[in-house]
Design a protein around this ligand. Structure first.
Ligand SMILES: Cc1cc2nc3c(=O)[nH]c(=O)nc-3n(C[C@H](O)[C@H](O)[C@H](O)COP(=O)(O)OP(=O)(O)OC[C@H]3O[C@@H](n4cnc5c(N)ncnc54)[C@H](O)[C@@H]3O)c2cc1C
Length: 444
């Protein structure tokens, strides 16, 4: 029998499903030219800003801060893009994670309207970074949201009309039952909306491109350098096993992998795991799944999301769990929802299966936090992080540089702590999420 990991490692999402410094065996990893390893931190060093986490949040902050002339160090426990940023569904969605009508109800018209415009900036920021730094990450326009019955489709259509009326947003096409079935060959869906301003991309290639852009702008990256402790003070310190960074500011971009490094954030941001499979290339059968190169997400609470890859595989995401460990068999976990949507693929081989950890909040909106005046943290994107996290990095850089507006608008969302505190928040979340997953199964 293999040796069990020590319990501290089993309870640490940085290591409980992965080994140090290795990317998961995903289709993304197999189709990306990997970056050379960056050194790990040794000894004591001084920078203006120390950023913890080399995902979209941390690297975008590093890029924008370096461009403003700050000296920046980025530390990651594993490698660049090791976290959710290198493993996700690749959907760059329009808007905030919550719908605008819901945001208006919760935060009032003025703040909700500002958030709509910030969300548009987020999508544009990603597109602009890709364009400026010529990042070859297969970006392609179009995300469809599809519903399972006439009530859901009516609500999607009403929401599209609402966005057009309130924000003059014209990117959305209403899909009738017929148009939906012409686009996506699943009998389950009865209509939806198609957003051609949204896009999908290869997430690992994007995060590698972001890292290269940050390096070019002057940032230093240290890999395999887990921060074990933060020491706030006039000079903040981030301590690793073999060194420390002293800096005026610390930025936390650890999202679902934060653990208890910062308890105030840990109380508000809960890690959950989500899974993706990649089929073998479907060759000429690809068009019998999707007739356009768009991505799809559906209206389930445990959302199914999918698209075709450049080499004509179906990349299908679905299923989630709330424990420290991924399921033993990720393929069968995701195959079940995939075959419910596409029973015609029952003979298809699955070549890759992987999982990742993301951070969610109770309100399903990100937590923009000031831990101290000079320790900033953004996380809890709740599955909507490609645009929002990349943009958060930019808003962090602006806040540090004295332009607080964008950061403050996002920080005005009163993110509540999970009930049960650090010890019991997880069991309570499992209960709540299992109830919603059961409602998906029962179709209520
Ligand atoms: C399976 C899956 C599918 C998803 N699909 C989508 C999608 O289609 N669209 C979308 O918008 N979003 C999606 N998301 C969410 C999105 O990927 C995240 O919101 C986003 O990547 C968060 O970026 P980040 O930089 O904040 O965190 P991450 O990319 O998770 O990076 C955090 C980094 O912090 C490091 N770290 C943590 N603790 C320490 C420490 N103590 N010391 C040093 N380093 C540390 C980790 O090693 C990690 O590299 C998905 C997520 C998953 C898991």
């Amino acid at each position: 029998m293999g040796k069990r990991a020590p319990s501290t490692e089993r309870m640490n999402l940085l290591y409980s499903n992965d080994t140090q410094g290795n990317y998961p065996e995903s289709w993304y990893s197999a189709t990306t030219q990997h970056l050379n390893a960056f050194p790990s931190l040794k000894g004591s060093k001084k920078y203006d800003i120390c950023i913890i986490g080399a995902g979209y949040t941390g690297l975008s902050a590093a890029l924008h801060l370096s461009k403003l002339g700050y000296s920046v160090a980025v530390l990651d426990a594993h490698r660049v893009g090791f976290g959710a940023s290198g493993r996700n569904g690749g959907q760059l969605g329009t808007g905030q994670r919550l719908n605008q009508d819901e945001l208006i109800r919760q935060l009032g018209e003025s703040n909700a309207d500002k958030m709509w415009h910030l969300a548009n900036d987020a999508v544009n920021t990603v597109k602009e970074i890709i364009r400026t730094y010529k990042i070859d990450c297969h970006i392609s326009p179009g995300i469809a949201t599809l519903g399972f019955n006439s009530k859901e489709v009516r609500e999607l259509h009403q929401y599209a009309e609402y966005l057009q009326k309130r924000y003059n947003y014209k990117g959305l096409e209403l899909l009738s039952h017929e148009a939906c079935n012409a686009l996506c060959h699943s009998k389950k869906y009865t209509g939806g909306i198609l957003d051609m301003n949204a896009a999908h991309l290869h997430p690992l290639r994007f995060v590698f491109g972001l890292a290269q852009a940050a390096i070019k702008a002057g940032a230093h990256i240290f890999e395999q350098s887990e921060v074990l402790k933060l020491v706030p003070g006039n000079v903040n310190k981030a301590i690793t096993k073999a060194g420390e960074i002293q800096s005026e500011f610390i930025v936390l971009g650890c999202n679902g992998y934060l653990g208890n490094l910062e308890p105030k954030v840990a109380a508000k941001v809960m890690p959950i795991n989500n899974f993706i499979i990649a089929t073998e290339p479907l060759v000429d059968r690809a068009k019998s799944i999707l007739t356009k190169d768009i991505a799809v997400a559906d209206t389930k609470f445990v959302v199914n999301y999918f698209r075709l890859s450049k080499d004509n595989r179906l990349l299908f995401g679905g299923g989630e769990n709330y424990s420290y460990k991924f399921p033993k068999n990720i393929t069968s976990t995701v195959l079940k929802p995939m075959l419910e949507i596409f029973p015609q693929l029952s003979d298809i081989k699955i070549d890759y299966a992987w999982g990742g950890t993301l951070g969610i909040t109770r309100q399903r909106m990100p937590y923009f936090g000031r831990i101290t005046e000079k320790i900033l943290s953004v996380s809890g994107y709740s599955g909507h992080g490609i645009g929002t996290a990349t943009h958060a990095g930019k808003l962090i850089s602006m806040a540090i540089n004295g332009q607080q507006d964008g950061f403050n608008t996002m920080a005005s969302i009163p993110i509540k702590s999970f009930p049960g505190g650090a010890r019991y928040k997880s069991p309570l979340l499992i209960l709540a999420m299992s109830w919603y997953a059961l409602r998906d199964k029962l179709g209520i």
